[in-house]
Design a protein around this ligand. Sequence first.
Ligand SMILES: [Zn+2]
Length: 274
Amino acid sequence: MPELPEVETICQGLAPLIIGKTIAAIKSSGKSLRQPVPLAEMTAALPGQTIKGIRRRAKYLLIECGGLLIIHLGMTGNLGLFPAKMPPEKHCHVRFHFNSGDELRYRDSRRFGRIVFFPAPFAEAERQFFATTGPEPFACDAAWLAAKTSGMQAPVKAALLNGTLIAGIGNIYASESLFRARIGPQRATASLTMAEWQRLLAAIQEVLREAIICGGSTISDYVNAQQKSGCFQMNFMVYGRSGQTCHQCGATITQTRIAGRSTFFCPQCQNAPE
Ligand SMILES: [Zn+2]
């Protein structure tokens, strides 16, 4: 499932390919994603409009084009630019056809993704859409996180995954960040000291930056805008490594379940007394 680094990689890859292009038509497979594709609304507003910008917020891509397209890739969604004359693949569900003879294709085999469209002016709609989304990890502050979570008894891993505390972090980067910060994923969130929050936030930012440089992580089918895999999975210390040896201390990586998600940690490295 694409998390912040994967969505950021797609965003950076798509920007030079689509900014400045003019939308001529929109085509859909007719199949629903997690919710129906707003084909009628997009068809009414978008033809003739030029793509002005693309950015990321949390795990969403935001495309400004005389309205605002908000795209979530779900589990298996991806976006890429293809020649319009190339026949669409089986799982291609939406095609934004450009005057230039190519098209932006949204492909998604499991169809858990989501496309939302807000006609202009969209600033207020965007604000509401992200009203409960936490701040971006790079714009976060350890003291704010500590204050916000005082009294929160849920495991810290669950708090990181939730998205309302801090945006964009999923199972992979929560696991890897907690390992790097030497904090057990099952710790009650409110029990983290200020020093631990500082360590954890620094670890989150470091892991995300490194993952963006690696073009994200490819576990199963994630590819970037150029249809290439990421390589940060080569650097995993705990994620997906249960039963294997900790690269740092030699203990066995353990797997448990937190908030319904597989959670991997080193019982020795992540049990450090403060
Ligand atoms: Zn270890």
